[in-house]
Design a protein around this ligand. Structure first.
Ligand code: ADP
Length: 185
């Protein structure tokens, strides 16, 4: 069966960087919900308009919008290894993901936590200056609060299911990559 891997971690943990490397190294198709949402917003779709305000405040976009988006994307990737970046972010999303994968005859093979302490996140994001509305300091703090409240419970969720792999994300990108590759072995 094709691998289906979820990358978990706070904002600024380097999930996007690692996803790009896994795409190159191992041929994963990556599904990054943040990128899909920013694309929808740039294209002015109904989804993009509805998601915009949540994103700018550092809040999560409602589960039903995200789940519909990801279900379609998964269905288009039958037979390919998939890397999920930024999804699932809530227990409801994780349950919906399990159902969506089952419907396509697959299941999650690993959830990799890229673990980075809050101080490192704040420092990294204040340095990166991407001009993203949600990279303002108060919004980063809100995104971290949301991460701890909504997404961190997934660590226990996947640990209980034997799927969790932890990688120390507070290291340089090459070292983190080596940890991620080892976790997938
Ligand atoms: P980061 O991991 O740095 O927060 P992302 O690009 O993954 O950046 O996400 C940016 C924003 O997009 C989030 O703050 C949230 O508003 C929205 N978003 C992305 N993925 C999800 C998701 N799975 N569920 C709800 N909202 C999401």
């Amino acid at each position: 069966m094709e691998q289906t891997v979820a990358l978990l971690g706070p904002p600024g943990s380097g999930k996007g960087t690692q996803a790009a490397r896994l795409r190159e190294q191992l041929g994963f198709a990556s599904l990054a919900t943040g990128d899909l949402l920013r694309g929808a917003r740039a294209a002015g779709t109904d989804l993009g308009r509805r998601a915009s305000e949540y994103m700018d405040h550092g809040d999560l976009v409602p589960d039903e919008l995200i789940v519909a988006m990801i279900r379609n994307a998964i269905a288009s990737l039958d037979g390919k290894p998939i890397l999920l970046d930024g999804f699932p972010r809530t227990v409801a999303q994780a349950d919906a993901l399990a159902g969506a994968l089952k419907a396509r005859g697959r299941e999650l093979t690993a959830a990799i936590l890229i673990d980075v302490p809050d101080e490192v996140v704040i420092e990294r994001i204040s340095r990166r200056h991407q001009g993203r509305e949600d990279d303002r300091p108060e919004t980063v703090r809100e995104r971290l609060r949301v991460y701890h409240r909504e997404t961190q419970p997934l660590v226990a969720y996947y640990d209980e299911r034997g799927l969790l792999r932890r990688v120390d994300g507070a290291q340089d990108a090459d070292t983190v990559e080596a940890g991620v590759l080892a976790a997938l072995d």
